[in-house]
Every structure is written in C-alpha cells, then in structure tokens.
Design a protein around this ligand. Structure first.
Ligand SMILES: [Zn+2]
Length: 144
C-alpha cells in the first residue's frame, strides 16, 4: 500500500486515520498483525503495509478491575472494569486489544467465538512515565 517504513509510530498514525494496518511480505505473502518489519517465515525485509479487514472473533478474554495508569485515567476501576482479550482475526492471526460493547461486570455473558469488528478509541499512551502517558494516542479496540 505504501513504501512507508514499518514502525510502531506509523501503525498508530494509521490508527488515527481509523485504519488497522498489518504488514505483508513481498516474497511469501505472509501477513502480520501487529506489523513486523521482517518476515519471520522467510526473513525477507521487504514488507508492505496492508489494510486488515478489521473483522474477527473473540478467542479469549479477561476482565481487568485494577488496570494500568492509562486505563485508570480512561475511567476504569474496580466498579467499572474493562474487558481485554485475544481476537482471532479473519486473516488468521491473533491480536490483543480491549473489547468494547460487552458488560464487563457480567463476564458470564461474554462468549468465545462472538464476532467483533475493529473500532478506534483515543486513550492515554500506555507507558509508566507520566510525561508520556499524559499524552493521547488512538488505539484499535474491538466491538461486539
Ligand atoms: Zn515472507
């Protein structure tokens, strides 16, 4: 899609444009999400950005009541927990993200295999340093 370098910063710049981007190997066609700059299947370093379908299913999840500082700043706590999990993407790989649109206070109602689609939320940056987590970044999340 673009000759832009495969970096974390580029991944989040695309996310700010509401695009979930992976990387695709120019030799063997393997697709990675999160994107990798080097293909782990054939060691090729000529990778291209590829937009993902943004569709998948819940493969595993957990409920977090005592989250890291950025999620506390986003309003989550023991009275308002959030759901995070592994999404099995339609392209085959697994991606870890927050799952929204579920009742995290009643996890028995959240089912493995439920279809989800990508959405994007602005959050404090995940970091332990205050000068970094005081800034925001757009993250991919998945909604039921
Ligand atoms: Zn490859």
């Amino acid at each position: 899609m673009s000759a832009e370098e495969i970096t974390v910063e580029s991944f989040y710049r695309f996310a700010a444009e509401k695009k979930l981007m992976g990387s695709k190997c120019s030799k063997c066609g393997a697709i990675y999400l999160p994107p990798r700059p080097i293909c782990s299947a054939c060691n090729n370093d000529e990778m291209n950005w590829v937009e993902m379908s943004g569709k998948g299913t819940i493969a595993a999840f957990t409920i977090i009541a005592a989250g890291p500082i950025p999620m506390i700043l986003a309003g989550y706590n023991k009275d308002k927990p959030y759901c995070s999990g592994l999404i099995k993407m339609d392209e085959g790989m697994y991606f870890c993200a927050q799952i929204i649109g579920v009742d995290a206070t009643h996890p028995e109602g959240i089912k493995i295999g439920t279809p989800v689609t990508v959405d994007f939320l602005e959050r404090p940056i995940w970091h332990f340093l205050e000068e970094i987590y005081k800034k925001n970044r757009v993250y991919p999340v998945f909604k039921v």
